[in-house]
Design a protein around this ligand. Structure first.
Ligand code: SAM
Length: 277
């Protein structure tokens, strides 16, 4: 094994997904830099790997970085792992990879599990072009702003979501995107794996009705903006909802259609979807 930093993907739930090469690299490395050493112990013990570990995350101090650089400068091999999946994908490591490269040392990828790609591969949504957004902001205002910025994006959108925010996020998406087709991919590769595709309003009802769906690890995938249809943005949606409090839904949709040039049917369906969610 050459000297260098090895960026090693590990399973996202099922240890059977660990690659033979990942086991060998972790066994033969001089040092494993782990996001959380205690968390990684389960995996390392399972594969009988007793390589020394150290904690490394994006807020680690300079001493952690210097220890890794020294090991590489001495001709050593360092493996970087995160708690699960591919390091650097919504996980620590970006700073480290850059600094190691800038120091003139080699960096090797060990590809493997990644929740975003696993979810996309079974989503049934277009995979030719996609946008990985990672985690949305926790606060509603910031979340809606971020979603509004993505509303005109035609690519398939991939989000990571915390279980305690899944209900709110589905509502925000419904409000900002309208009732687009989406996929809930939960607990992938684990016992209670759920993969469900449907309109956002249907997924919102599904999650509301079953508290188990509000647990575990979740990827949400949402269709990109339908071609040929203008998006109902957050301001128009708010205006439509306000008018619908004063007028019958069809009339509210007709008024907003006159003012914005959007289709009346699309606006009416948007209102119905919000009502049903
Ligand atoms: N680096 C990891 C990867 O390659 O997927 C992602 C790390 S990020 C901190 C953790 C998030 O990934 C979870 O909150 C969830 O959104 C998603 N995730 C991880 N494992 C998952 C699984 N088995 N099923 C569904 N989503 C998962």
């Amino acid at each position: 094994m050459n000297s260098g930093l090895y960026v090693v993907a590990t399973p996202i739930g099922n240890f059977g997904d660990m690659s033979q090469r990942a086991i060998e690299v972790l066994q033969n490395a001089d040092l494993i830099a782990a996001e959380d050493t205690r968390h990684s112990q389960r995996l390392l013990q399972f594969f009988a790997i007793d390589t020394p570990t150290m904690a490394y995350h994006d807020h680690s101090d300079d001493r952690a970085l210097q220890r890794i650089i020294k090991c590489l400068a001495d001709g050593g091999r360092v493996a970087l792992v995160s708690d699960a999946g591919t390091p650097l994908i919504s996980d620590p490591g970006y700073r480290l990879v850059r600094q190691v490269q800038d120091g003139g040392f080699a960096v090797y990828p060990l590809p493997g599990p990644c929740a975003a790609i696993a979810a996309l591969s079974v989503s049934g949504l277009p995979t030719d072009r996609f946008l990985f957004e990672g985690f949305l902001p926790a606060r509603e205002g910031a979340r809606n702003n971020r979603l509004a910025a993505l509303a005109t994006e035609p690519m398939t959108l991939i989000f990571y979501e915390a279980p305690h925010r899944i209900k709110e996020s589905l509502q925000s998406m419904l409000q900002v995107f309208g009732d687009r087709e989406a996929v809930l991919a939960r607990e992938l590769t684990k016992t209670f794996e759920t993969i469900r595709r449907g309109p956002l309003s249907e997924l919102a009802r599904f999650v509301d009705a079953d508290s188990n769906q509000q647990k575990g690890e979740i990827v949400l995938i949402v269709s990109g903006k339908p071609r040929g249809e203008q998006e109902i943005d957050a301001d128009v949606s708010a205006l439509l909802q306000r008018l619908a409090q004063e007028l019958p839904a069809k009339t509210a949709a007709a008024v907003v259609a006159d003012c914005t040039g959007l289709r009346k049917k699309q606006l009416y369906e948007h209102l119905l979807a919000l009502k049903q969610a």
